[in-house]
Design a protein around this ligand. Structure first.
Ligand code: HEC
Ligand code: HEC
Length: 295
């Protein structure tokens, strides 16, 4: 018998069999073969059963062209389609009312107005904000703000509706809004263009060369007033902007005005009458009209 007060010799301790030891050892780290805890095993079996059921009931296995369909025939796509149909049905009465009513009369019906404005805001986010800005504040390079009182083509809800439905200078739509400022670089001599720039600066209340501006009042009258008005007030029938309201579609500094006069511009907006449902065009017109600048 070994003496319990004396330490066991190390060699002997190494040889003593240990319960559950697999015999694998790396750098003093040993691998044991203990049974897994029961609760863990049962949860594991349950997940296996769950997965089998899931494979059978739902689309699961990727195949060549699409995944296996699953016994329930469920698909998120079909569910979304059904939701859209349900949504449309729920709002069908409001939508048909919106189609029947004069646009200008919608503001007399608070519930309809709320419905159209909310729907119009969603249309705007999807189809308009990339050009006009998320808040309809406009963007440099000819994308007008839709928040202010300055309208190129008119700010009544009917005028706004027509602009949206048929677009601006959008050739595929025969009813599109259209006009074109000539490129005066090909028409007028350089010194007259220079003078006109000063004249426009003067009209819009900016620093300018007074004698040059005064000397070109007549050129303005002949060349520009037909579209922009004698006092530069603009003309909505032609989409010709006011030159005196301090709001610029392209820019009011000397160089930009010069560029506009020499080369002209050709602001284009696509027609949405064919891309969107009629009722959505009406909604977004009401939304834009309600943004603050509507007349
Ligand atoms: C591809 C860019 C683009 C998109 C998208 C676009 N617009 Fe425009 N929009 C313009 C431009 C450019 C003008 C200015 C046209 C001009 O020079 O007369 C304009 C003009 C307008 C006007 C006339 C403003 C005025 O002062 O009379 C309204 C209203 C308008 N857009 C509303 C919308 C709505 C609503 C949508 C979405 C359904 C939309 N736009 C989508 C580029 C766009
Ligand atoms: C046939 C009509 C027409 C005539 C003539 C015309 N314009 Fe224009 N003008 C327009 C239209 C339309 C626009 C809007 C630009 C666009 O998107 O095509 C415009 C835009 C402008 C702008 C840009 C305004 C801004 O907000 O950025 C200036 C500046 C301007 N015109 C000056 C003139 C001057 C100066 C003359 C005379 C030499 C002139 N225009 C003659 C129709 C006209």
């Amino acid at each position: 018998m070994a003496d319990p007060t004396k330490p066991e010799p190390i060699e002997k301790a190494r040889q003593r069999p240990e319960p559950g030891f697999t015999g694998h050892e790396w750098d003093g780290i040993k691998e044991y073969d203990n049974p897994l805890p029961r609760w863990w095993l049962w949860i594991f079996y349950a997940t296996v059963v769950w997965a089998l059921g899931y494979w059978i009931l739902y689309p699961a296995w990727p195949m060549l062209t699409q995944a296996t369909q699953g016994a329930l025939g469920y698909s998120t796509r079909a569910e979304a389609a059904a939701e859209i149909v349900a949504h449309r049905e729920r709002f069908a009465p409001l939508e048909s009312r919106l189609m029947d009513l004069e646009l200008a009369a919608v503001s007399d019906e608070p519930e309809l107005l709320r419905f159209a404005t909310a729907g119009g805001a969603a249309v705007f986010r999807n189809h308009c904000s990339q050009c006009h800005g998320a808040g309809a504040q406009g963007a440099p390079g000819g994308y007008p703000s839709l928040l202010d009182d300055a309208w190129l083509w008119g700010g009544t809800v009917d005028a706004i509706h027509e602009t949206i439905a048929h677009g601006v200078r959008y050739d595929p739509d025969p009813l599109t809004r259209w006009s074109q400022m000539p490129a005066f670089g090909e028409i007028l001599p350089e010194d007259e263009i220079e003078g006109l720039v000063e004249y426009v600066l003067a009209m819009s209340g900016q620093p300018h060369d007074e004698s040059l501006a005064a000397a070109h009042a007549e050129v303005y009258e002949i060349q520009c007033a037909a579209c922009h008005g004698l006092d530069g007030e603009g003309n909505q029938d032609l989409g010709a902007p006011s030159l005196v309201d301090g709001i610029w579609q392209y820019g009011g500094d000397r160089d930009t005005i010069r560029h506009t006069i020499v080369y002209s511009r050709y602001g284009q907006m696509p027609a949405f009458g064919e891309r969107l449902r009629d009722v959505d065009v009406r909604k977004v017109a009401i939304y834009v009209h309600g943004l603050g600048g509507g007349q």
